[in-house]
Structures are given as structure tokens and as C-alpha cells.
Design a protein around this ligand. Structure first.
Ligand SMILES: [Zn+2]
Length: 314
């Protein structure tokens, strides 16, 4: 299950994706958990909204008389940039269609939302984009681009694809936000996810490029990963020893069908990951102790090469 990103990891992910991040004072402890007695997570996806107004950053922080803040995790101004608003449970999704939530969890095609029978605030990150939503109020290119990067950063951090993204109008009957096309938005996030972390599309070389092999791929440190695989399963649930390397390894195992997506992306090399990795080792022909789920140099390098997701440093 995907544990929500810590405040520090969220900031790091957004910055690595190329975003300039502004922080509303108090955002790291601003949530609805104590007031509702409900927690946030495990998370399954991200939800996109338009605010329906202008100059509503404070409104999103404080909330309304009938709906206390935070009303999102981040607020994206028309020209004011991206602002962190809340961390943890936020009042942004409300009651949503359980079938759509399940599709987001499984990254399958979203069914039509025709009921509101599940709590979306439990499981979704939310972005509020400052826009009237009347289709006359445009989204400046820079603002739209930041929305793409915000969604991509979170998907990348969890090892999700663009299929973990929905618009509010796709999950709750009667909602109309956001006022842009969500298939286009997902396609734009998909393009961004295909780029190297921290580099935006505009900096990606175009045209014919000489094959530089693995130079730009993220790297997984074998010794740190081995340590994580020996530490995390016996530690308390969700123990994290090596978040980045574990997430890359899990994303590769998900990509090849050895690990369910719902067990990936929390940064913990737990027993499910061990079992999935052992399957990969058996696929490569290893048996017995050589297929015990603890990564070795050859199996890990092959995993990175096969999926194209990373290279290995030992
Ligand atoms: Zn909304």
C-alpha cells in the first residue's frame, strides 16, 4: 500500500520535477485528521480541481463555514505559482464513486461516475487550480504546465502512471472541475513521466541523439538496496531504509507484472516486495538461496535494463 509522502519527500519530489514551491505557513501540520478522527492513506491517486474563483489561496487554506480547510494539498495560482496548503487529510474530494476509485487504484480505464459512495479524502492528493471554470477564463501555459509537473511529481514518487490521475468531474457526479480535458492532461503527464526526473520536457534533447546508454537514468545503489531488503521486512510495517532505490525497484517489478501496484511506492522493501523479487530471480533461472528475494548485482541490473528504469551502482 502506498503510504502518503512525508512533507519533506513531497517537497523534494516537486522540486526534482522542476517546480518552484511556495509554502503557506503552517501547511505541514494543516489537515483534517484530528478533527475527523480519520487518517489519510494509503493513497491511490491524485485529483485535479479548479477553484471556481480568483485570489482564493487563503480560502483554500482556511476553508468555508460549511467546509473547514485545508481544501486541497496544493493551490496553483494563475500567476502566483504553486503553494503548499495542507499535509495529510484534506477536504477536497468529498464523496466519490467507489468504482472510479478502484479503477484509479488498478490503473484501469475510469468508469462513468454514477454514485457517491466512498470517501475520496481518504485516498487522493488534491490540487486546486485558480480558475473561474467558466471556460472563458484561460489557464496560462505556465500555470497548466505547473499542474502537469505537480501531478507527475507525485506519480513518479509513488511509481504510478498517469492512469492514477483523475479530475474531480470524473469521480463525483455533478462536479464540473477542472474545465479542461482530463485525457489531454493525462497525456501531458505521461510525456512528462517519460522524461528524466528533474528535467522538464523543454530541456530534453530532440531529434537524433547519440545513444548515450544509461547516462541519464536514475541509479540504484545495490548495497543500500540489499540492506533495505534485509531490514524492512522484519521492521515495523512500512519501515523505510532506502526510499528512492526501493521505489525504482518496485516500479520495475510492477512494470513486469511481479508486484501489484497497490504494494509499490511506499519506499519500504517489505515482504511483498521480497516475494515479487524472488519471482523475478526464478524467472531468470535462479533457484534456492539465489532466489531468496534479496537483490543481487546481476538480477538487479537485468531488472533495470529490461524495464529501462534505472542502472545499478555497486
Ligand atoms: Zn473540485
Amino acid at each position: 500500500m502506498a503510504t502518503p509522502l512525508s512533507a519533506a519527500k513531497m517537497l523534494a519530489a516537486l522540486k526534482a520535477e522542476g517546480l518552484t514551491v511556495h509554502e503557506h505557513s503552517g501547511w505541514k501540520t494543516h489537515n483534517r485528521e484530528a478533527a475527523t478522527g480519520k487518517s489519510f492513506g494509503p493513497v491511490i491517486g491524485v485529483l485535479i480541481h479548479h477553484t471556481g474563483g480568483h485570489n482564493d489561496k487563503e480560502l483554500c487554506y482556511k476553508g468555508r463555514s460549511d467546509l473547514p480547510g485545508p481544501l486541497c494539498h496544493a493551490w496553483l495560482g494563475k500567476t502566483a505559482g504553486l503553494w503548499m496548503i495542507g499535509h495529510g487529510r484534506a477536504n477536497h474530494a468529498g464523496s466519490v464513486d467507489l468504482d472510479v476509485l478502484n479503477a484509479l487504484r488498478n490503473e484501469t480505464a475510469l468508469p462513468h461516475d454514477n454514485q457517491a459512495n466512498a470517501d475520496g479524502n481518504d485516498v487522493l492528493y488534491g490540487l486546486e487550480i485558480e480558475n473561474l471554470g467558466n471556460s472563458k477564463d484561460d489557464y496560462p501555459d505556465a500555470q497548466y504546465r505547473q499542474a502537469v509537473l505537480w501531478a507527475a511529481a507525485i506519480c513518479r514518487a509513488h511509481g504510478w502512471s498517469e492512469k492514477s490521475i483523475a479530475g474531480h468531474k470524473e469521480v463525483q457526479p455533478g462536479k464540473i472541475d477542472p474545465s479542461f480535458d482530463m485525457d489531454d492532461f493525462r497525456a501531458d503527464v505521461k510525456k512528462q513521466l517519460a522524461t528524466t526526473t528533474g528535467k522538464t520536457e523543454s530541456t530534453k534533447p530532440t531529434g537524433s541523439t547519440k545513444p548515450t546508454g544509461s547516462a541519464k537514468k536514475p541509479r540504484v545503489d545495490l548495497s543500500r538496496l540489499v540492506k533495505a531488503s534485509k531490514t524492512d521486512p522484519g521492521a515495523k510495517q512500512g519501515h523505510v531504509s532506502y526510499m528512492a532505490g526501493t521505489n525504482l525497484t518496485e516500479a520495475a517489478l510492477v512494470k513486469l507484472g511481479y508486484l501489484a501496484k497497490s504494494y509499490a511506492g511506499d519506499g519500504s522493501f517489505g515482504s511483498k516486495t521480497i516475494a515479487a523479487y524472488a519471482k523475478w530471480q526464478r524467472h531468470l533461472g535462479y533457484t534456492g538461496d539465489d532466489a531468496n528475494g534479496i537483490p543481487g548485482k546481476i538480477s538487479l541490473s537485468k531488472l533495470g535494463d529490461t524495464t529501462g528504469l534505472f542502472t545499478v551502482v555497486a
